[in-house]
Design a protein around this ligand. Structure first.
Ligand code: FES
Ligand code: FES
Length: 152
């Protein structure tokens, strides 16, 4: 079957199998930030944005992207750069394997809720399970970013 979508702002037309997973479709097109972890909808490593909403690409068929917009971290570098240094400043950056999913979920959170409470941050990021460095450092980093942004 043929699908047409916007991938990181560019129109893509592709011929796929009906059972092709979105994660495989994206990685085959160079979006290697999309990582394969649990493959059971539990870890959040494979998170991408479908029309701006985070989805687990290990559990979505590529066919579902037909006619829609997909964003991966490759297409969101500027938006991510706004806050990742604040997280690094807390010594809370994650490894390259699980960090992309965390960053994607943080971007989605801040778009949906520009001024989240600490509990709202925790709740939104709870689906990103690979957190060797803990949860509090990421929370402090996002809070520091929000504080500085709100102070203008
Ligand atoms: S690989 Fe998709 S949720 Fe873990
Ligand atoms: S696997 Fe990436 S920080 Fe734990």
């Amino acid at each position: 079957m043929e699908i047409k979508l916007m991938l990181n702002g560019r129109e893509v037309t592709a011929s796929i199998q009906a059972d092709t997973l979105l994660i495989d479709f994206l990685r085959a097109r160079g979006c290697l930030s999309v990582k394969r972890g649990c493959e059971t909808s539990n870890c959040g490593l494979c998170t991408v944005l479908l029309d701006g909403t985070p989805v687990l690409s290990c559990s979505v068929l590529a066919a579902r992207a037909d006619g829609h917009s997909i964003q991966t971290l490759e297409g969101l570098q500027e938006e991510a750069a706004e806050f990742v240094t604040f997280i690094a400043d807390q010594g809370a950056e994650q490894c390259g394997f699980c960090n992309p999913g965390f960053v994607m979920n943080t971007i989605a959170l801040l778009r949906e809720n520009p001024n989240p409470t600490d509990d709202e941050i925790r709740a939104y990021l709870a689906g990103n399970l690979c957190r060797c460095s803990g949860y509090e450092g990421q929370l402090r980093g996002i809070r520091a970013y929000l504080n500085q942004r709100n102070q203008g």
